[in-house]
Design a protein around this ligand. Structure first.
Ligand SMILES: *Cc1c(COP(=O)(O)O)cnc(C)c1O
Length: 401
């Protein structure tokens, strides 16, 4: 019999070492629960970094995928297919926008938004050739491609991968004065996460996002909201921007859009912006494929009912009420977040984020550490109250409170 140890050793030997996974080998999953190769159960409090907002193997999503698998899975964009119009129309409508640019991964969608903003800058705003600038925030995470890591402030993500793509300016996140000072005539876009996920679930100060919206509107700059992790229900609304009444020019979506089944991403915006492209100027072999559209259409239908957003808001209150109770126990130094999404900074005397994650794993709860001392909690939105309470009981157990 192949044991978990054997499988981990083989993966370590034959996979490029870009990750340091927890030593659990998952075999099956359902809803918020995973089962390892030995049959042990774990509650998933990471949910694929929000790619699994609807839980593992949601029957509606699996059914949609199965039905499509037996019809047609790939046409390439050389031809039309019969799920494509509905996908574009319904996703645009969910976003309150007009047009969709379908791609696959999150990083690819960010790249597509960068190209959209640059082209819009040259063709619509009238920025002189090669001069377009995009303003981004310190602590950002927008993916792993060469251009995207060019404007990362994380040395791990960046070192040894230069030369870097020019045309980006980094300002501190949450600082409106710095944002105002950074915008010039050549600025084509501001690209921000409305809540910074990988950075440790950093919620900007109230008024920041509306302030950026006002500045960008005044200065004829596109506001591009990377809602790949914060969007599609996680924070208790369809989009995190909604909490402050902000409507960006472009949404960048990914993760949960593929229902945890396959990668599906998109840039969504107005026809005045996404309409700048001409055939041949951008594309993707798999972008907007029939299987992706079928699954995403079911995701959109599930979001349209509002039930997942409502659940995230309700359970989010329950989560944050209990996490707030940890403050003052000397075991955590800060708790942040919105909806069913939290970053918890662990006091050094308890251990590192990794150590806490390992101890939680031993108790049957899976989370992921970030930036050394933070653990991130982002369960599937369909998790039960009892399961959530049980997970938090395990966290209190690990912290010894
Ligand atoms: C995960 C993530 C990305 C990158 O998505 P991939 O599918 O991993 O390429 C980009 N932006 C944000 C905010 C993310 O959380």
């Amino acid at each position: 019999m192949t044991t978990a140890q054997d499988l981990i050793a083989a993966a370590d030997a034959h996979c490029a070492p870009t990750y340091h996974p927890l030593p659990v080998v998952v075999a099956t999953a359902e809803g918020a629960w995973l089962r390892d190769v030995a049959g042990r159960r774990y509650l998933d409090l990471l949910a694929g970094y929000s790619a699994l907002n609807f839980g593992h193997c949601h029957p509606r999503l699996v059914d949609a995928a199965k039905r499509q698998l037996e019809r047609v899975t790939l046409t390439s964009r050389a031809f039309h297919h019969d799920r494509f119009a509905a996908f574009c129309t319904e996703l645009a409508e969910l976003c309150g926008m007009e047009m969709v640019l379908p791609v696959n991964s999150g990083a690819e969608a960010v790249e597509s938004a960068v190209k959209t903003a640059r082209k819009w800058g040259y063709r619509v705003k009238g920025v002189p050739g090669e001069m377009a600038k995009i303003v981004v925030a310190g602590g950002n995470f927008h993916g792993r491609t060469t251009t995207v890591i060019s404007f990362s402030t994380d040395p791990e993500a960046r070192a040894d991968f230069g030369p870097y793509t020019p045309g980006f300016q980094i300002v501190p996140y949450g600082d409106l004065t710095a944002m105002r000072a950074a915008l010039t005539e050549n600025t084509v876009a501001v690209l921000l996460e409305p809540i910074q996920g990988e950075s440790g679930v950093i919620v900007p100060p109230e008024g920041y996002l509306p302030g950026v919206r006002e500045l960008t509107r005044e200065r004829n700059v596109l506001f591009v909201a990377d809602e790949i992790q914060s969007g599609l229900g996680r924070t208790g609304r369809t989009f995190a921007c909604e909490h402050e009444g902000v409507v960006p020019d472009l949404y960048v979506l990914g993760k949960a859009l593929g229902g945890g089944i396959l990668p599906v991403s998109a840039v969504v915006g107005g026809a005045d912006v996404l309409g700048v492209f001409r055939p041949g100027e951008h594309g993707s072999t798999f972008g907007g494929n029939p299987l992706a559209c079928a699954v995403a259409l079911e995701v959109i239908a599930m979001l349209r009912s509002g039930e997942f957003q409502e659940r995230a808001a309700l359970l989010g209150e329950r989560l944050h009420r209990q996490l707030a109770g940890l403050l003052g126990t000397g075991t955590v130094t800060a708790v942040r977040g919105r909806g069913l999404w939290a970053g918890v900074d662990i006091a050094p005397r308890i251990g590192t984020g990794r150590q806490v994650s390992e101890r939680l794993m031993d108790r049957g709860v899976l989370v992921k550490d970030t930036h050394g001392s933070t653990i991130r909690i982002a369960p599937p939105l369909m998790i039960s109250e009892d399961d959530l309470d049980w997970a938090l009981e395990q966290l209190r157990g690990v912290l010894g409170v």
